[in-house]
Design a protein around this ligand. Structure first.
Ligand code: ADP
Ligand code: MG
Length: 381
């Protein structure tokens, strides 16, 4: 066990890293962040910030020297950096797990090969690959295989001509073409799995996206108990197939006919698990610290229903939002990430509302969201 007082290393400096840093520091650990950015959400809170590229040999060597263990807060950290660090200290998740999740082609092939249901897809390495596909994948979504997030690097395409343009617009990078499927809803499950193969799962979240970005998470998801159980079992099976160590999120599509398909996996805590900070005995970030340090897993139990709403930069259109709107609700919890520049679509923070039922939490969260949007001159929807 790595005891409090030790220094933990974190690759990446965004809001997930900030919340990891807060959890680790409150348990008595020190945190060193390696991130090329200047004073990002995690770097500004960490005990130490190594400001280099993720592949910089000197930066990685310093992290390895300072830290008893290292983790990552986003999947685009090069797997090779994790591989290098694992020669010097405990690393979770492993480079191999991250390598699967950070490349859509690998991810889809891995899931399909292990028998998990995924949407019909094809690998597109270049324009020549569209020829043999036929019409079964249209209308489709062309997704760049690497470095896409929050709906970026995705184009909805009606047929092969549009797909060809979209591929060119993405610089001809390898892509996955997926059929656009009719969604009844989307759900996700956050799993924590340790070195002894112990697993805990958090309550299933129901996720609503807007323009490809998570907007609202409703917990527990308003789905049939059998479907929720299936999502949890599948998420655990994915973690086992990866021999995963750390915190993992599995995002699912629920189709109109009731089928449950795996959309994607994130090798880290997830936006749809932010509710765990305020609504669970142990947060997803504390679980990340626990697995990394070899501590027993914490209890993931939910205190009660919750709804999380993301706060995007659009809300800053007329300046800083009036936070009294959130504070006025005694069961709402505001989280801001300390980002200095509010750009449209940028995740600036979130709030979580706790209530006796998910529907009540949703109604109260929507009232707060509507008031914030109105102040910013956005339509309330
Ligand atoms: P990201 O990495 O940006 O989160 P996703 O693949 O999860 O990318 O896509 C973002 C959102 O776009 C999904 O949560 C879903 O709402 C929608 N979406 C993505 N793929 C499909 C699809 N094949 N059919 C229908 N909706 C989709
Ligand atoms: Mg997604």
């Amino acid at each position: 066990m790595i005891a409090p007082g030790a220094t933990l290393g974190l690759l990446g400096g965004g809001q997930l890293g900030r919340m990891f840093t807060m959890a680790a520091q409150s348990m008595g650990y020190r945190v060193t962040v390696l991130d090329p950015g200047d004073q990002g959400p995690a770097g500004s809170l960490a005990d130490h910030h190594i400001r280099t590229d993720y592949l910089d040999p000197e930066g990685l060597a310093e992290l390895a020297r300072l830290c008893a263990a290292a983790t990552t807060e986003f999947e685009n950290v090069p797997a090779d950096s994790l591989r290098y660090l694992s020669e010097y200290c405990v690393v979770s998740p492993s480079a191999d797990s991250v390598a699967v999740a950070q490349d859509r082609i690998h991810e889809k092939q891995f899931l399909a090969a292990h028998g998990f249901g995924v949407v019909p897809f094809a690998v597109v390495q270049g324009p020549q690959d569209f020829g043999g596909l036929g019409g079964a994948l249209y209308p489709g979504i062309l997704k760049v295989s690497r470095f896409g997030y929050d709906g970026k690097g995705q184009y909805r395409v009606a047929g092969p001509d549009e797909a060809g343009y979209a591929l060119a617009a993405m610089g001809g990078e390898p892509c996955v073409l997926e059929r656009q499927v009719p969604l009844a809803c989307e759900v996700s499950v956050v799993v924590a799995r340790d070195a002894d193969r112990q697993v805990v799962t958090f309550t299933v979240a129901e996720n609503q996206h807007c323009h490809g970005i998570l907007d609202v998470s409703i917990i527990p998801a308003r789905v049939a108990p059998a479907l929720a159980r299936q999502a949890i079992e599948t998420a655990v099976a994915v973690a086992e197939a990866l021999d995963y160590r750390g915190v993992l999120c599995v995002e699912f599509f629920v189709l109109e006919d009731g089928q449950l398909l795996v959309n994607e996996i994130a090798p880290r805590p997830h936006n749809s698990g932010h509710y765990t900070i305020d609504a669970c005995v142990t947060s997803q970030f504390e679980q990340q610290v626990r697995v990394l340090c070899g501590l027993p897993l914490g209890d993931p139990a939910l205190h009660g229903p919750a709804v999380m709403v993301n706060l995007l930069g659009d809300l800053w259109r007329r300046g800083e939002p009036d936070w009294r709107i959130v504070f006025a609700q005694p069961r709402a919890k505001l989280h801001l990430y300390g980002k200095h520049e509010a750009r449209p679509g940028r995740k600036m923070g979130h709030f979580t509302v706790l209530a006796d039922t998910a529907d009540r939490a949703l109604a109260e969260a929507m009232a707060i969201r509507g008031a914030l949007r109105e102040r910013a001159g956005l339509d309330a929807a």
